[in-house]
Design a protein around this ligand. Structure first.
Ligand code: NAD
Length: 514
């Protein structure tokens, strides 16, 4: 039997051993998921939402215990587990159970063209089937749980592959569904590494919801393309924060402090690039440095979740040093090597460094300056990533104008990172940050198949359609006169109407369809 070790990243102690899922068992698991999903999807959306609200009650009962598991296994402060994972999860259930019934109702489409109104089009939203949720370790509860909740609410079964570094948290998610009375096998957690993730794709899930690195995202998309499995990809980021010269510097430096260092910077949307107007750069640096000195390692800063992250952090620091960067704080691991210390770095060559250009996924802020707003926008956009960006200014209208020019999924004016916790708002990126949207109405529709049905409006066949065979002279004239009806303003349209009607009558009278 092969196992995964769940470890406390601070002490190295083993929290638990979890049996790895054997690849040979995958076909049976998919088969069982399909059986559970077939029955589950027959329940009305309202019934599914009711069950989900019960799950919310169970989650609230267990919230402190789960926060403790997240803290122990991932290393983040308990406060962050509660405020940035569990509360958003409760919010997410509340939002989606509130809108699902209405948003997933069958809808009639309005036919603009009056000549088409003898037929009726309706769309309905059907579950996809069994979907795969493949998740990372940095928000091990919220990111996976959110996808699973929406998948199940929309009538799907879920094959869930958590990160191999956070299997204890994943186990808590599985227990929540089991203890809340969801059908057995509707949600199945599979434990293992990347090769298990790849094997899950070979079983052809109906869709893959992936959150993780760009490298893995590309591998998943390549593999999925063999079977034409649709994917949504929530990938990395190197988010920029622009600080305009009119900004309240106390506010702006506090925003950078939290945006750059929360969850030890192990956040896809953390502030890793700071683009500050040259006139305020010195003052800004001093303020931020001073605030970093007040952060408590006991309560404010978590520990680094895994060794791999420490390596990237140290490599980026080394590269910045070699290129002559100035360090204002941090720049190294804590003495016991459990924490990546919050780092602020700048310098003449900063824009040439890895720490400025590549995702560090650690508590680093690489700062540069700008002279004009256009230069700030150009610098914000000079990144392969496009997840989030922030603009800090006293002129909110100007901030919103700048936001339109930045190539990312979301721009926050006078805020950072936090909209992942607001389920009403879409979450997702562009460029190397991936595509598809989590959360919001758009996120709901990622989990359903949109079925269109077109039928005679009055329940009986009225006449053979005009475009059917045979192709004839009057038929051609009729369609040509139809095109003329789109020309010009109302008067021109009215002047073309008699010819159109004459063609229609001639056509209907003289040339019956086959
Ligand atoms: P990762 O890509 O290493 O792993 C993510 C998941 O994919 C894990 O469960 C892993 O086991 C699995 N996996 C690895 N190889 C696979 C393969 N070939 N086929 C299928 N599955 C495979 O990412 P990570 O280190 O866990 O997470 C950190 C990354 O996630 C960062 O780049 C971060 O920016 C990104 N992230 C993005 C968002 C977002 O919303 N955009 C949120 C959180 C994290």
């Amino acid at each position: 039997m092969s196992t995964l070790l769940s470890r406390n990243p601070k002490t190295g102690a083993i929290i638990r051993e979890i049996e790895k899922t054997e690849v040979v068992n995958l076909p049976q698991m998919y088969e069982r998921a399909k059986r559970a999903q077939t029955l589950w999807s027959k329940l009305a959306v309202k019934e599914r939402a009711k069950k989900m609200r019960h799950l919310r009650e169970v989650l609230i009962r267990k919230v402190d215990a789960i926060a403790q598991v997240i803290h122990e296994e991932n290393g983040k402060p308990t406060f962050e587990a509660l405020a940035c994972e569990l509360l958003p999860a409760i919010e997410l259930i509340t939002f989606f159970t509130g809108i699902a019934h209405h948003k997933l109702k069958e809808k009639e489409l309005w036919m603009r063209n009056p000549f088409m109104r003898y037929r009726q089009s309706k769309i309905s939203y059907e579950p996809l089937g069994t979907v795969a949720v493949i998740a990372p370790w940095n928000y091990p509860f919220f990111l996976a749980f959110g996808d699973i909740v929406v998948a199940v609410l929309t009538g799907n079964a879920v094959i869930f592959k958590p990160s191999e570094y956070t299997s204890s948290v994943a186990n808590e998610i599985q227990k929540l569904f089991d203890e809340s009375g969801f059908p057995v096998d509707l949600v199945q957690t599979l434990y293992g590494e990347g090769d298990l993730g790849a094997a899950i794709i070979d079983q052809k899930p109906a869709k893959i919801f992936f959150t993780g690195s760009v490298r893995t995202g590309k591998a998943i998309m390549k593999q999925a393309s063999q079977y034409l499995i649709p994917v949504t990809l929530e990938l990395g980021g190197k988010d920029a924060m622009i600080v305009l010269p009119d900004a309240d510097l106390d506010y702006a430096s506090s925003a950078a402090l939290w945006g750059g260092y929360t969850n030890s910077g192990q956040v896809c949307a953390s502030i890793e690039r700071l683009i500050v107007h040259e006139s305020i750069a010195e003052k800004f640096k001093d303020l931020l440095k001073e605030k970093v000195a007040h952060l408590s390692t006991d309560t404010d800063l978590g520990v680094c979740t895994m060794e791999k992250q420490k390596d990237v952090y140290e490599e980026h620091l080394r590269d910045a040093r070699e290129k002559g960067a100035d360090f204002y704080c941090g720049g190294n691991m804590s003495q016991d090597r459990t924490r990546m210390l919050p780092t602020l770095v700048s310098g003449a060559n900063i824009e040439e460094t890895k720490i400025y250009n590549e995702e560090t996924f650690g508590p680093v802020i690489a700062m540069t300056t700008f002279k004009s707003v256009q230069e700030a926008i150009q610098k914000a956009n000079a990144s392969p990533y496009g997840l989030l960006a922030s603009v800090i200014t006293s002129n909110v209208a100007l901030g919103a104008e700048i936001a339109k020019e930045i190539q990312v999924g979301s721009v926050l004016v006078n805020e950072v990172v936090f909209t992942a916790g607001m389920p009403e708002t879409p979450w997702g990126g562009m460029k190397d940050s991936g595509f598809g949207r989590k959360h919001s109405e758009m996120g709901l529709y990622e989990f359903v198949h949109v079925k269109h049905i077109n039928k005679p409006r009055f329940g009986f066949v009225t006449f053979k359609s005009w475009w059917w065979y045979p192709y004839t002279e009057y038929q051609g004239a009729f369609f040509r006169s139809w095109i003329e009806l789109y020309r010009g303003g109302v008067l021109e349209k009215l002047s073309n109407l008699p010819h159109f009607l004459w063609c229609l009558i001639k056509f209907l009278k003289n040339e019956p369809r086959l």
